[in-house]
Write a new protein. Structure first.
Lengths: 482, 256
């Protein structure tokens, strides 16, 4: 085997570093799904009746739907009756008042992940709403944010304390009947994050939630809702690592973003869930619906994602560009190695006039990984003067992996412009030898080249996340960004 | 420093080098000349350890150690440097980051402390003067969109930063106009010091007007068919390679 193939193999064979299970007592619902399960979840969370009704409506609709099969991924059928739909960590007292009240075991889990809340709070100025097994266990910086009128809390708290906002916006971007997994989520979602930025407020810090799947066989159904009022702006970070598991775990989250006039939302994700072992056993199924609505004029929504984990990733963070002059962006790095499958991309729906969208997608395939870009750019008849630029690049490491691109462009007027560029490349022997001749090991060289390939996307990430992305691709970013 | 003894080597499946003998000492500059296909670049690549260029028999000693047993990166870390005829582009990786990674890999190998970004910046700005390189090129992706002259200057900049003991310059003059050639040659001359040996591989005598070699070897069909002083290059330029090739039978195998 050539040295380059060997180093690629080494890189692709790296063991998952975050595989551990923390021992926290769980308060879980019995396996399976019926109306009683949903009522139980709703009751456990002391939800108002409009929420219970909404969940049941979603559930009833879900029963009429079929699991989609059009995506370019393969997995054995999921038994939805074999999933535990609710699991909350048991608290020794009531909910924690401060970081000191958190279960030490949970704290250790975060420490292992390198996201000690104490450090986060003290050093990096990030407010962390930590979600561990479906229930928020800690929310920091609440006080500081509250002074500005910013609401950043768990979804459950928002349902209790801000029911009007929930009533107005829940399901307004991703309706409960949007798709099979969104309907399932709407019925059973356990918790998530809620964020409201009032008029003309620029959120002074990056808001961050670390998701972490924990108890065995617990499907995670997170729900995130972010509302940016007129003239406000916010940057939101979502990051995840999961402990090692043998059985597959389903994760079907929904994220809804709403940007009103002149508002901006930047949503960044680093996803590093357990991808399964080298033979493709285990791993997370990540079936997510993420969508943002640029409801107001001159609003902007920007998605940046680095997807390195999960056995199957299936998600299309999208933008509905409803307001005139609104802007949608999608920057993505998706890595599929071993037997991972990624089918990801975006939808840019241009409705308002003079709307603009940019799509930069970088797919990396290694081992037996299969990477698919699937995108839709749709410019409606009245969306005159609109523009889209899409760029889809694929990098292949080795000869057993695959890259697929399914772009779909639909332009319904004559004054709009759409551009699409695509490329597929491999790491060349010339590049590897050049690096080695300068003293750089083959492994470092591969990392460096892959990293260079992703640069356009990484530079969109907030600094804190760029570091995480760098770790995940075992690539050093210094000097390449900024 | 470098002893090549009766080296036979192939590029892919094709036997190219057919018994090379070469002895290079610290402080010397050797020019290796020869027509296209004579094996010049193969020799450079075998010495640098490129995959696909393999020794069949013979020996290469570098400071008395078996060079052929070392991996390409080990050779680089031990001070063997190859300036590429066609420098490679690495999109998205900045020139200065690439070079710092290389320098730190080498320093680590030598148990020296790695340079941080600030110290490196000071160093590279100093070294960039040697080849008149603007700082703009340091922040661009490695060789991407560089002109031919910029690429070659970049190679010499890398040499200046990595401070090799044995530098092999593979057709460094190819594709250069006269101004660029002079800048590159001036840079190389600055780096010509007592503890360093330089092997200049070139098709044309032109470069040797600026980098005056101590020895000139003429390669033909995988063998060194003639060796001499700097005068040999001029003679070759005048008479052409056919002069040597026609008279191979009469020439003894020479070792400098």
């Amino acid at each position: 085997m050539s040295a380059s193939a060997q180093s690629i193999k080494n890189l692709a064979n790296q063991e998952y570093k975050y595989g551990f299970v923390s021992e926290i007592e769980s308060d879980a619902a019995p396996r399976g799904l019926n109306e009683d399960t949903i009522r139980l979840i709703s009751a456990k969370k002391s939800e108002p009746s409009f929420m219970t009704e909404w969940r049941l409506k979603a559930y009833r609709h879900w029963l009429t739907m079929k699991e989609p099969t059009w995506q370019n991924v393969k997995y054995p059928p999921i038994n939805y009756q074999d999933i535990v739909y609710y699991s909350a960590p048991k608290q020794r007292k009531d909910s924690p008042k401060s970081l000191n009240d958190i279960d030490p075991e949970i704290k250790r889990t975060f420490d292992k992940l390198g996201i000690s809340l104490l450090e986060q709070e003290r050093l990096s100025g990030i407010a962390v709403d930590a979600v561990l097994d479906s229930v928020s266990v800690a929310t920091t910086f609440k006080g500081k944010l509250a002074k500005l009128g910013i609401i950043f809390c768990s979804f459950s708290d928002a349902v209790q304390n801000h029911p009007d906002l929930i009533k107005e916006y829940l399901g307004s971007v991703v309706p409960y009947n949007d798709n099979f997994f969104a309907a399932l989520n709407s019925a059973v979602f356990s918790d998530g994050s809620f964020c409201y930025i009032p008029r003309d407020v620029r959120c002074p810090m990056e808001l961050s939630t670390y998701f972490r799947i924990n108890a065995a066989s617990t499907g995670q159904f997170e729900r995130t809702l972010i509302i940016a009022e007129e003239g406000s702006s916010v940057s939101y970070l979502e990051g995840c690592t999961a402990p090692m598991r043998d059985e597959n775990q389903l994760h079907a989250a929904v994220v809804e973003l709403i940007a009103l006039n002149n508002a901006q939302i930047k949503y960044s994700t680093v996803q590093n869930w357990y991808p399964g072992d080298k033979d493709g056993k285990g791993g997370i199924y990540n079936f997510v619906t993420k969508r943002g609505k640029c409801k107001g004029v001159n609003s902007k929504i920007s998605w940046t994602q680095v997807e390195t984990g999960s056995a199957i990733t299936w998600k299309y963070p999208s933008c509905i560009l409803q307001g005139d002059n609104s802007v949608g962006e999608f920057y993505s790095v998706a890595l599929a190695n071993n037997y991972q499958q990624a089918d990801t991309g975006t939808k840019m729906i241009h409705i308002g006039k003079n709307t603009k969208s940019t799509v930069i997608s970088k797919g990396i395939s290694a081992g037996h990984g299969q990477n698919t870009y699937r995108g839709l750019v749709k410019i409606m008849k009245n969306s005159t003067g609109s523009r889209n630029y899409s760029q889809c690049d694929s990098l292949l490491l080795g000869d057993k992996c695959g890259a697929h691109t399914f772009p779909c462009l639909e332009v319904n007027n004559t004054s709009s412009q759409v551009e699409h560029e695509a490329s597929t490349s491999k790491i060349s022997d010339d590049q590897l030898f050049y690096c080695k001749q300068r003293g750089i090991s083959a492994e470092d060289a591969v990392s460096m080249i892959v990293n260079g390939f992703c640069k356009q996307v990484f530079k969109e990430l907030p600094m804190e996340f760029a570091v995480e992305a760098q770790k995940l691709l075992s690539v050093s970013l210094e000097g390449c960004v900024g | 420093m470098l002893e090549v003894k009766n080296l036979y080597a192939k590029a892919g499946d094709k036997g190219i080098l057919k018994g090379i003998n070469l002895n290079v000492k610290a402080g010397e500059v050797h020019a290796i000349m020869g027509p296209n296909g004579s094996g010049k670049s193969t020799l450079a690549h075998v010495l640098a350890g490129r995959e696909g260029f393999t020794a069949i028999s013979g020996e290469v000693l570098y400071d008395g150690r078996d060079l052929l047993k070392m991996s390409a990166e080990e050779r680089a870390r031990e001070g063997v440097f190859l300036a590429f005829q066609y420098p490679v582009e690495i999109p998205g990786v900045t020139n200065s980051y690439f070079l710092r990674s290389a320098l730190n890999a080498i320093r680590k190998h030598r148990s020296m402390e790695e340079l941080d970004a600030m110290d490196f910046l000071t160093l590279i700005k100093e070294k960039a003067k040697i080849v008149d390189m603007s700082s703009d090129l340091l922040n661009r992706s490695v060789n991407e969109g560089f002109s031919g002259g910029e690429k070659k200057r970049n190679e010499i900049l890398q040499m200046a930063v990595l401070e090799p003991r044995l530098a092999i310059l593979d057709e460094t003059d190819s594709g250069l106009d006269i101004d660029a050639l002079q800048i590159v040659a001036k840079g190389i001359n600055t780096l010509r010091i007592g503890c360093r040996a330089i092997i200049v591989v070139t098709h044309y005598q032109r470069l040797l007007n600026y980098i005056v070699p101590d020895y000139v070897h003429v390669l033909s069909d995988g063998r060194i068919v003639k060796s001499g002083g700097k005068g040999l290059a001029l003679e070759l330029e005048e008479k052409g390679y056919s002069w040597i090739e026609n008279g191979i039978e009469h020439l003894p195998q020479t070792v400098s």
